[in-house]
Unconditional design. Structure first.
Length: 272
């Protein structure tokens, strides 16, 4: 569960040793115990989430032992879980006397799921820049097969809703908003009128455009996309010192004219 340390004014996690069993019942019980409302551990929790559909596809009873592959993943996860107790996440996201405040959101998808995360970028009067992870969210891909471009579009919609919730929570604060995706197809869909696409794409593009204007969407490389690890899952030991997740891409600390920019073409031949 998530804890607040008042002396350090930081968030931390209290870890309890999991059950030694590995059954459908014990896995579901342990996943239900996770309390991570802001999604700081999204890469880790997604690692568990993507196991759940596999338990159903194997047709297991509640106290049956899953396949060897799932058991091995579960045991590996448990062996590293206690390392999360070393995490200290600053609660305060605002530096004093900031002169510029930006909200940067990133979305990504893989064959097993999709995710979104958001960061504050603050600059003070001395041009010093700080970045903070605000919150994140991930979802497992449905069992019914969906193409990767469509999953990337679902990630963009998830990101839009995440940014909307942040803007609502900080309604009295002025932001510059940036939404980033590493999918050129998704960006081309978003930057075109919804009527040009088939129903699945058109409905989601329409929702996205109502929340985040197309002009605020930009392309980011997969290597610089922090949502990438949250759409695939990551073991606890790797997440601890993974700066891309906690701080966002390194170029966010640079002036905006040095950020990577890629022109996205709205090709009329794109098929949804």
């Amino acid at each position: 569960g998530l804890y607040w340390c008042p002396v350090q004014d930081s968030f931390s996690y209290q870890i309890h040793v999991l059950s030694t069993e590995c059954t459908k019942r014990s896995i579901l019980a342990e996943v239900a115990r996770i309390f991570d409302p802001l999604g700081f551990l999204s890469p880790v929790t997604f690692f568990l989430k993507h196991i759940l559909p596999l338990l159903w596809t194997q047709g297991l009873d509640w106290d049956d032992t899953p396949s060897t592959n799932i058991v091995d993943q579960w045991q590996h996860y448990k062996s590293e879980l206690t390392s999360l107790a070393a995490l200290r996440i600053p609660r305060l996201c605002f530096i004093s006397n900031y002169v510029s405040l930006q909200l940067h959101g990133f979305g990504d998808a893989s064959s097993i799921g999709y995710a979104a995360c958001a960061y504050f970028r603050l600059q003070d009067s001395l041009n010093r820049v700080s970045t903070f992870l605000v919150c994140a969210k991930s979802k497992v891909a449905p069992l019914k097969s969906i193409t990767l471009p469509r999953l990337e579009l679902c990630a963009a919609l998830l990101l839009s809703k995440l940014l909307q919730s942040i803007l609502k929570a900080y309604s009295e604060t002025t932001f510059s908003v940036y939404a980033w995706s590493d999918s050129s197809v998704t960006l081309a869909w978003i930057k075109a009128p919804p009527y040009r696409w088939k129903t699945f794409v058109a409905n989601r593009v329409s929702q996205i455009q109502q929340i985040v204007s197309p002009e605020f969407w930009y392309h980011v490389s997969s290597e610089d996309n922090p949502a990438d690890c949250s759409s695939r899952g990551m073991l606890p030991s790797k997440l601890l010192d993974f700066s891309l997740w906690w701080k966002g891409p390194a170029w966010l600390l640079l002036p905006s004219d040095l950020w990577p920019k890629t022109k996205i073409l709205t090709d009329t031949r794109l098929d949804s």
